[in-house]
Write a protein that binds this ligand. Sequence first.
Ligand code: ME8
Length: 510
Amino acid sequence: MKKFYLTTPIYYVNGAPHIGHAYTSIAADVLARWRRLDGFAVFFLTGTDEHGQKVEKAAAEAGLDTQTFTDLVADDFRAMAAAMGVSNDDFIRTTEARHKRACVALWERLVANGAIYLGHYEGWYAVRDEAFYGEDELVKKPDGTRLAPTGAPVEWVREPSYFFRLSAWQEKLLAFYDQNPDFIAPVARRNEVLSFVRGGLADLSVSRTSFTWGIPVPNDPAHVMYVWLDALTNYITAAGFPDEADPRWPFWPADLHIVGKEIVRFHAVYWPAMLMAAGIAPPKRIYSHGWWTVEGEKMSKSLGNVIDPRQLVAEFGLDPLRYFLLREVPFGNDGDFSRRALINRLNGELANDLGNLAQRTLALIARNCDGRRPAIGERLPVDAALLAAASALPGVLGERLARLAFHEALEEVWKIVRAANAYIDHQAPWALRKTDPARMAVVLRVLADALRVIATVLQPFMPGSMARLLDQLAMPASARDLAALAEDLPEGVDLPAPSGIFPRFVAPVG
Ligand code: ME8
């Protein structure tokens, strides 16, 4: 069977989930659902990153014991994923025993292969980014203080540390990128990584001694593992590492790690180097998406504009939110979240274009065809043209989604939705009822068949509402995947009474 392993980043549990986390998880969910619809065995992983100084600090600030704190926040991330309709097959927490075992096993392999040595670290560290920075990367402010390139405060760290021999990997990584031109996407991110690696790689500090909230280094418990080494390992932990007899191990290497643009370096440089140094195959692809701002501003706790995606679901519904996030901005670009833009898409594209198409077609069938699916009958070229364009959608979307071009995929579907609306206006089946009822039935069947394809391919984006639409088209549960589209549907089947799928959003008065 065709396999597909994809992941989201594991999110830090230093604060509550927000729209940025929901975005990555929803995008990954669309791909997971698409692959399942296309007959793949899918393993879709998400989870939480729970160690390190940043989380330890957040727990202390909350006045809670660290484990209790991480339990609470991890539960909240799990609940957020469920509320967003995310169909992950596993949820990993880095505080789990299976993960500690995998980190220890990876560490031991790196030591056995001479890739880790004990030394002394002296340099800058940003807790907010959980990252080390070179002096040359820092931004010096007029008052003499230094900031990380991300704007995070940095502190001077001086302590014994284990190092990963990253410097030995420069040429091998460049050769690997060369042989795997799609490894990092989009291309702007690939270029950033290439120039970073070409600029030379220093060995990476991979342990800390100044705090304890982490996985102890084997045989040297004064050190805990660097949180990024710990976190990246989650992707193999969940595949059963180090137990290669685990039923999930055949899913490794992962087909796709989806990440935000700020963590590309960890995934595209450190991670493949560590894996190759341990004799494990690197992942196949890293895709980095852009960042959302909110009503034109960066999201931040201090500005008080952090959006809980669950509030948006309560107000607008889950599927309109999922649709909006993937339609509004090309994946890979930055975007701005605004209520106005969401409402426009909901009322225009969902309620008007698709909702009305479905409602008009189904209401006419209910009224004029005894509520039964009409026969195919004799089709004219105009009928065949619409259906041919609709039937091409699975192939077209497959190509767009392989490039993570979600917005293009949706635009392709909307071309057919608009064509079907133009078709219904021209054919005017309501007028044919008296003049040519046989032709009316043919037209309504064409529309029902076009809607079937549209609803089938949109399931990954809007699972709840498309399930309701497929119910109204009397599609058996076993005939909702891409392969089933090859079969014509039987005529004469009773369709349930139609009901609207996308209510218009009307702003509450007052
Ligand atoms: O970086 N717009 O976790 P994190 C879009 N634990 N996406 C956003 C976003 C925004 N404004 N804000 C966050 C970590 N994200 C590490 C990852 S992986 C082995 C370890 C999304 O909680 C985006 O996917 O800071 C980003 O990469 C991720 O959340 C960062 O989550």
